[in-house]
Write a protein that binds this ligand. Sequence first.
Ligand code: SF4
Length: 473
Amino acid sequence: MLAELRGLNEECGVFGIWGDPNAAQIAYYGLHALQHRGQEGAGIVVTDGHSLQAVKGEGLVNEVFSAGKLDHLQGYGAVGHVRYATAGGGGIENVQPLLFRSTTGSLAIAHNGNLVNANHLKQHLERQGSIFQTSSDTEVLAHLIKKSGYSSFEKRAKNALSLLKGAFAFVMMTEDEMIVANDPNGLRPLSLGKLGDAWVVASETCAFDIIGAEVVRSVEPGEFLIINNDGLRVERFAFPAKRAICTMEYVYFSRPDSDIDGINIHTARKRLGKELAKEVQIDADVVTGVPDSSISAAIGFSETTGIPYELGLIKNRYVGRTFIQPSQDLRERGVKMKLSPVRQVVNGKRVVMVDDSIVRGTTSRRIVTMLKEAGATEVHVVISSPPIKNPCFYGIDTSSSEELIASSNSIEEIRELIGADSLTFLSVEGMVRAIGRTDEGPEAGHCLACFTGNYPTEIYGDTILPHQKELVR
Ligand code: SF4
């Protein structure tokens, strides 16, 4: 579904390149490919070996880097970031990469994820005299690095990273090296690639395709990569814990042309649709998917059931940035602007509407209503993931569990609320099987916390809002 309409938002995308004289320009294109991961701010910091220069701003990548702005960024190493503001809220001060300057050198940090012990560490650091410039959890890492007693930057960074809990994919840069680190559970995706002699890292492999880079591999949980003019060195700051990649990356967040751990997102989504088709029996005339992220699952559902796939809903791509409007009312109005039914396709038909998830249910209700108003005689909603019942603490914007319709309603109640003729969710087992990861154990290397309530890390009290407490089992 459309991220901006539904209230399920990825927090960020990170990009890094080392060893190319056009580092800033390449980072710009990389960030473009990651734009779906965050539209509220973007930034690039570049090094020429002597100093770090930054351009950052609120808005889309092409708005922030309008003509001429990239010309100021000369160097062979760059770190970039696109931001969707959840932890710490919006504001220019929170746009990343965060840049810290001191007499011993500068440090740029780009972060995707959310630290569950950030407040705890922040209080501790403040008691020791630290003053924070931003409300972002990312700044905690810079203070921890600065306060660490080790002499070398690498040791200080490792020590600081080992104190963090939660989800983090970091790309950091000093004047003369880039450091890449992934949390011990590998909650957020992070890939390593090669562009000629240059090393590149990105939240998603689609950022490599756009710049012509090759995928080398995923950055492993607990890994600490040092990239400088001597090349790449692979070290660790922590032993890998149980792998727990965010399942919603496969279901919804990542772009269909990205791969995570060698599994293509479009192909995985098609399999989710096929699996769903095995779990439900529906008599219908057409299958349609909610654009863009549910199209692949709809195609898979159609292939298995034999019910023809049709373009029953289209997305109007040029309606402006209504998605940044925060109020529920405006979001709902945005649905009307962004999606339209194709009347000739759905009129007089029994329609299967495939979607990847239901968060609040308001968008689903509007789409069902829209299809019925366009003449659909029945609308059967099938969802290519299980009900989302629990909040996410790892960087996905479902922090308000009161808004999760499945946390307090049965499937039949949700069906009634959205006005569908039937409603089916994919089972957890079916979802894991369809994605096809081969890690050991029933969770197969997934984080499934928003579906099952089984969080892969400790959840610190300071990350739980009062109304979320009862939802954490
Ligand atoms: S709780 Fe859900 S959205 Fe959050 S990281 Fe886990 S699978 Fe992803």
